[in-house]
Design a binder for this molecule. Structure first.
Ligand code: ADE
Length: 241
């Protein structure tokens, strides 16, 4: 299932001190989606919004402790500029290992939004008043999101992961939308059991002594569908062990 709601062209803004980290957004399906005018992506260098000779974006933490904390003002300037570029409401996504765990259900939800702004923090994170400030703005929704229980050096890779999973759900981005229905993790309905995808095979029918399961060569579509459903169950059960 794609995202069917009628909407204006979705826009994605990313703010980072390493904008080059976001270069892959120019490649593959996400790059094509921009070229084809299906989506817009903007990348901003946080440092462009910093002041002073050293364009500093961080400082020592109040209360002490190791590392540095990103200062709020450069973030607010960058976020305000990104917000001014798109009418309507904005979802501010702050990438942090302390956020809500990202999953396919969240991808579907975010794929219905018209403007997402990704704040890729580094070091010990962004001054928490940035979250508090935007949570108070009526035209903003703030979400702190983690892509998993591990610590990255910054939010850039997390933003890439989330963007790729959202953008492929936008109508027109994937050539064959039927593949969205069949793939792993597409069964995210509340009552439906979440199943992973069955294994896939292509030519040659025999490779390094291994044959493709004969049912797939049978031409019997009912049998094939039953076999695939059973394989999905088996694979899903194995993951739960
Ligand atoms: N920044 C550092 N680690 C992260 C994670 N696991 N998810 C999102 N942002 C992060």
């Amino acid at each position: 299932m794609g995202v069917e709601k009628k909407m204006s062209k979705p826009r994605f803004d990313v703010i980072s001190i390493f904008p080059e980290y976001l270069a892959p957004l120019r490649l593959s399906l996400v790059g094509k989606a921009q070229e084809n005018g299906l989506i817009e992506i903007g990348v901003r260098d946080l440092r462009d919004f910093a002041e002073g000779l050293h364009k500093s974006v961080d400082d020592t933490p109040y209360g002490g402790g190791a590392g540095m904390v990103m200062s709020p003002e450069p973030w607010a300037r960058a976020i305000d500029e990104a917000a001014a570029g798109k009418e309507g409401s904005h979802e501010l996504i702050i990438l942090t290992p302390a956020g809500k765990k990202f999953d396919q259900g969240m991808a579907y939800e975010l794929a219905t939004k018209e403007h997402l702004i990704f704040a890729c923090g580094r070091y010990e994170g962004i001054d928490y008043r940035v979250t508090e400030h935007y949570a108070l703005q009526p035209d903003f929704t703030v979400r702190e999101i983690s892509i998993g229980d591990y610590v990255l050096n910054g939010g850039e890779v997390a933003a890439l992961v989330i963007l790729e999973s959202i953008i492929r759900l936008i109508p027109g981005v994937i050539g064959n939308p039927a593949s969205l229905d069949e793939e792993s993790h597409s069964l995210v309905g509340e009552d439906e059991e979440q199943l992973v995808e069955y294994p896939s095979y292509t030519k040659p029918s025999e490779w390094r002594g291994l044959a493709v399961p004969s049912v797939l060569l049978s031409g019997n579509h009912g049998e094939i569908a039953r076999w695939r459903a059973a394989q999905s169950e088996i694979r899903t059960k194995k993951l739960q062990k």
